[in-house]
Design a binder for this molecule. Structure first.
Ligand code: ATP
Length: 577
């Protein structure tokens, strides 16, 4: 396909906010592409060149783009920069100055050139990147240049999330969304939309049905549901395994010979941050290749105890790793096994995975197996829970004995039970910031007074509001928050946001904060759970408990469904009291 045709599709996608139309347009687009083009376009639609978990960034700032554009147009750089200041959008500027064009470029050629630009590193790379981008822009028509500019700046903002692409694959292949579950299963096993699209359209549906876990590609993590008591857990899943809930960060470790990769909860490649875990995995995983999961915690050698989360999280950094590693060595409590030496363990029951995990980990001082009990007695479960709390842990996770590892799913195969705070919701929620209000009163001087925040609705691939948050941040944090949000502010409501309230400033749904509240109430002004005339749901007295969570993508936020479940759970507790 010609890149100009793709640009036309981008333009049509940009013009609609209706998800059905978006899916239909994308399906039409995928139908007219080769499998290889589908792979690349699936990434490009999300301003990327590779799957989310791979780290390739363009490294192109507005200044650099303006420089390339000036070069392509043989105009003065400063003059162009001043024009940009007036227009406010380099993409539009590129379009109007380049004008009608030649439409020569193919999609794959543009992709390859963009890849070349993104992977140009080292000495003199800025100069080289600018030249290469200038060359690409000089080959483009105005419309093509507009979208190339937006892609390299990460400002395509078509509002296309993963579920929308998965639906479009299904429509393109079969004319309806019936294949979504099987396509999604493959996606959950590799987290790579391009690979899934390529496999479906080059090898067919059977290959997707047969899709297997691959070492090196992160598996979307299984998540836990909540229940308020040991009794309810036992009555829900019967005899189960109970493990401590460690408060560190989740790691999915992939071992392929001597090569180790470590993925975070939101599937980022964190390998470089954890040399100690890598060493541990090399020494202690007794297999040629394997994928295990566990929770990493910083260990205080002096006191021989684990540090709290606030300390552990300091290990998540990119610089001076050696120094911090010496102060805060990590240990990993392994709790699941997903793959060993050619064998996909995800379909196998928990109990079998755990047995194999125990044999797989050799004794050593980095990786340990989380201890557990198997019980169908609520009293025994409670005792284990109290012990866990007593030793400073968050609570417990109960696991259904016969459950497979369901990649990407949050369900009752795992149930978490945490300390409950009297009169408050027993759990915090993770909300996506979608806008802010400029401050009044004391906070007016910061220009930010409260946040409009929402939950994720995977069915419609949209963010729906649930709270206006005005507390929980220090003055410094408000200032920092405004800085972060101003970088991603947009002129109008983003297409994936559903909101009745209008904040003073809309932002791209990107940052997730952890929020505590007193309770969930019904509300006419919030859209989470709102169905036609029915009321939505809102958090009462919400406050930020943890500043922007770097381990969460917006789609990892609490879902509408979870809010409904927490609301029902709260009502049950009220009735009991
Ligand atoms: P929370 O915010 O409560 O930590 P979460 O949104 O990170 O929850 P949940 O699915 O709600 O994720 O809880 C499961 C998380 O608990 C896992 O992601 C993992 O990081 C952590 N965890 C700690 N100990 C265990 C364990 N023994 N088994 C499974 N997960 C565990």
């Amino acid at each position: 396909m010609k890149f100009s045709e793709l640009a036309n599709y981008f333009e049509r996608l940009e013009a609609t906010t209706k998800r059905n139309e978006m899916v239909a347009l994308l399906a039409e687009l995928f139908k007219s592409l080769t499998p290889q083009e589908i792979e690349k376009v699936a990434y490009l639609c999300q301003e990327r060149l590779v799957p989310n978990y791979e780290k390739i960034e363009f490294g192109i700032s507005e200044k650099l783009l303006a420089k390339s554009l000036a070069k392509a147009l043989a105009r003065d750089e400063e003059e162009l920069w001043n024009l940009y200041k007036e227009v406010g959008d380099l993409g539009l500027l590129a379009q109007s100055y380049i004008g009608e064009g030649k439409d020569k470029l193919e999609v794959l050629e543009v992709y390859n050139r963009l890849m070349d630009i993104a992977t140009t590193v080292g000495k003199g790379s800025i100069e080289k990147k600018t030249d290469k981008l200038a060359e690409l822009l000089s080959l483009s028509s105005g419309k093509e240049a507009k979208y190339i500019s937006r892609i390299v700046l990460g400002r395509l903002r078509l509002g296309i999330g993963d579920p929308t692409i998965l639906d479009a694959f299904s429509y393109a292949y079969s004319g309806d969304k019936s294949l979504r579950p099987v396509i999604e299963r493959a996606y959950n096993l590799c987290s790579d939309l391009g690979l899934v699209g390529f496999t479906l359209f080059s090898k067919g549906l059977e290959a997707i049905r047969d899709f297997k876990v691959q070492v090196g590609k992160p598996i979307r993590m299984a998540l836990a549901e909540r229940l308020p008591s040991a009794e309810e857990i036992i009555s829900k899943i019967g005899k189960c395994s109970v493990e401590p809930k460690f408060d560190g960060f989740r790691c999915q470790i992939h071992k392929d010979g001597d090569r180790i990769k470590i993925f975070s909860r939101n599937l980022e490649d964190n390998t470089d941050m954890f040399p100690d875990l890598i060493e541990g995995a090399r020494k202690q995983i007794d297999a040629e290749s394997a994928i295990i999961e566990g929770e990493a915690l910083a260990f205080n050698e002096e006191a021989q105890e684990f540090f709290p989360f606030q300390v552990t999280v300091q290990r998540k950094r990119k610089y001076e790793i050696e120094t911090i590693m010496a102060d805060l060595p990590l240990k990993l409590f392994a709790f699941d096994l997903l793959y060993v030496d050619g064998e996909d363990y995800t379909p196998r029951p928990y109990i079998e995975r755990r047995e194999r995990l125990k044999n797989l980990i050799l004794p050593g001082n980095v990786i340990m197996i989380a201890d557990s009990i198997i019980t169908d007695n609520p009293k025994e479960l409670n005792l284990f829970f109290e012990n866990a709390i007593g030793s400073g842990l968050e609570g417990i996770v109960a696991k259904r004995l016969d459950a497979p590892y369901q990649a990407g799913a949050r369900n009752f195969n795992w149930i978490k039970l945490k300390r409950s705070y009297k009169g408050e919701l027993s759990d915090t929620v993770d909300l996506v910031i979608i806008g802010y209000y400029v401050g009044r009163g004391a906070r007016a001087k910061f220009g930010i007074g409260s946040l409009l925040a929402g939950v994720y609705d995977p069915d419609t691939d949209a963010f729906k509001t649930v709270a206006k948050i005005g507390s929980g941040l220090t003055e410094d944090e408000w200032v920092k928050m405004k800085g972060l949000l101003d970088e991603i502010k947009v002129n109008s409501k983003p297409s994936r946001v559903i909101s009745i309230l209008e904040p003073d400033v809309w932002v791209e749904p990107k940052y997730v904060v952890e929020v505590r509240a007193d309770e969930i109430t019904r509300s006419p002004v919030h859209t989470a759970g709102k169905d036609g005339e029915e009321l939505g749901y809102a958090l009462r007295f919400p406050r930020v408990e943890r500043f922007v969570r770097i381990d969460r993508r917006p789609e990892d936020a609490t879902t509408v469904q979870e809010i409904l479940e927490m609301y029902n759970m709260q009502r049950k507790i009220e009735v009991k009291e």
